[in-house]
Design a protein around this ligand. Structure first.
Ligand SMILES: [Zn+2]
Ligand SMILES: [Zn+2]
Length: 157
């Protein structure tokens, strides 16, 4: 399958637009726009990875060593961002969640339950089939997410 695209890191939104949406979101929730919250958004925007709250927290601490930011702020901000669909998450069961920017081109995921590695993909046939199934069942489809769980190439060795 040579035509399978596996890189979806292009953002479909410019940062300034995302930042505006974020400020509106904070206002709606009567939360202050703080440098900590902005850094969370900016780091998510710049990252091409799917990040756990802990890895996001570490990334921020390494990039901004002087910034005081608690893990609780990261958790709270992530769930706020997720509720409003600005970020999306992938569930690793008991191991928690990994987050990525909502404003990336649509893609599905292969998730390794051994090492946590994530591969992104889109298959046109799968996409089409889902639309057809929804249509056949009289369902008005707005979105979908698909996660395939298993063991990656490396972990099978
Ligand atoms: Zn693996
Ligand atoms: Zn992804």
């Amino acid at each position: 399958m040579d035509n399978l695209i596996t890189d979806f890191n292009d953002k479909t939104i410019v940062y300034e637009q995302l930042l505006d949406d974020f400020k509106i979101l904070l206002k709606k929730n009567t939360l202050k726009f703080t440098i900590q919250r902005e850094v969370i958004l900016e780091t998510l925007y710049k990252s091409d990875e799917h990040l756990t709250p802990e890895s996001l927290h570490n990334l921020i601490k390494n990039t901004f060593p002087d910034l005081k930011i608690g893990i609780a702020t990261v958790y709270r901000t992530l769930s706020l961002l997720e509720d409003s669909k600005l970020v999306t998450s992938l569930s690793f069961g008991a191991q928690g969640k990994k987050y990525e920017l909502g404003a990336k081109n649509h893609h599905d995921h292969l998730i390794c339950t051994e090492c946590g590695n994530i591969t992104e993909f889109v298959d046109e046939n799968i996409e089409k089939r889902q639309h057809l199934i929804a249509k056949e069942l009289g369902f008005k489809m707005s979105d979908h997410s698909m996660q395939i769980y298993g063991t990656c190439k490396e972990c099978q060795k």
